[in-house]
Design a protein around this ligand. Structure first.
Ligand code: 2AM
Ligand code: CA
Length: 269
């Protein structure tokens, strides 16, 4: 994708994200129509659907040749990442949106032939915009983010993860994960994968682990975190397939190998 087109695409995507965010803020106290998806805790609201529809209507009108991969099902059913693909989560952290009315984000990754060109993560209630264009650095509200700390010590790392890693599970030995959280400095659970990836890019967390995320949860974050030298893979260290669900390990590269070797691959059932 040439730079001139990417710049104009970014400006347009950012404008739509800010507009959608303002609409959500204006309606934040309106009564919510809440439904569930895969299970009783997998929430969806009319706001998720309205926001996704807003993006899709605009993209179809302005870029009819572009493809869309999106959470609520109004996009395309893709079998390849050929062409320009918008990967959209209209509200990432729907449970936070419903219960807290904050700590949720709009997340948009724009990929061209499988390569992440643009990442935008908008913390709607805090009005904080994280973004990156490939090879042009990552930004938080127009301030460039610094490269990740090359001297990070494992024992001083803060990680985003949830309680599922510490309960009996089919992916890893939970006792190793208990050792992991005791060895690192601290753990956090924010409930929005997009924001947690943005926090890794910002350097206020050193990594993020999730068992089962969808492409729209991570598409933007992978681009943003990559621009400050962070790496993302599945928990075996394999690059993420942007067409499928995947476990996710995003972190400062200084600690990736140790986490995989000592905690994630050891004692797998
Ligand atoms: P969501 O709010 O868009 O559903 C919460 O820890 C994180 O996991 C959020 O980013 C949330 O995204 C995501 N998440 C929750 N349930 C999920 C599911 N069934 N599949 C994939 N991601 C999910
Ligand atoms: Ca969502």
């Amino acid at each position: 994708m040439n730079k001139t087109f990417r710049d104009s695409l970014f400006d347009q995507a950012k404008a739509w994200v800010l507009e959608a965010g303002a609409t959500i803020r204006n309606k934040i106290n309106d009564p919510l129509d809440i439904g569930t998806k895969s299970d009783a805790n997998d929430l969806v609201t009319s706001m998720d659907k309205e926001t996704e529809s807003f993006f899709i209507k605009n993209i179809r009108a302005s870029y009819p040749e572009h493809l869309i991969l999106s959470e609520e099902g109004y996009g395309d059913h893709l079998t390849t990442l050929n062409g320009t693909v918008w990967i959209i989560d209209p509200i990432d952290g729907t449970m936070n949106f419903v219960h807290q009315k904050r700590n949720f984000a709009i997340s948009i990754g724009i990929y061209h032939d499988g390569i992440g060109e643009i990442g935008i993560i908008y913390d709607v209630m805090a009005d904080i915009l994280f973004y990156a264009k490939r090879n042009e650095g990552a930004y938080k509200n127009n301030v460039r983010l610094a490269p990740l700390n090359p001297n990070l010590k494992f024992e001083e790392a803060i990680f985003g993860l949830n309680h599922f890693w510490l309960c009996e599970n089919r992916l890893v030995d939970e006792r190793r994960m208990q050792d992991f959280v005791k060895t690192i400095r601290g753990s956090r659970t924010y409930g929005s994968a997009a924001l947690e990836l943005a926090y890794v890019a910002e350097g206020i967390m050193d990594g993020y682990l999730s068992m089962n995320l969808a492409p729209w949860d991570v598409a933007a974050g992978i681009v943003i975190v990559g621009e400050v030298g962070g790496i993302t893979s599945d928990i075996d260290g394999v690059p993420v397939n942007m067409l499928d669900k995947s476990s996710i390990l995003t972190c400062n590269p200084t600690i990736q190998k140790r986490i995989i070797a000592d905690y994630l691959q050891t004692g797998k059932k």
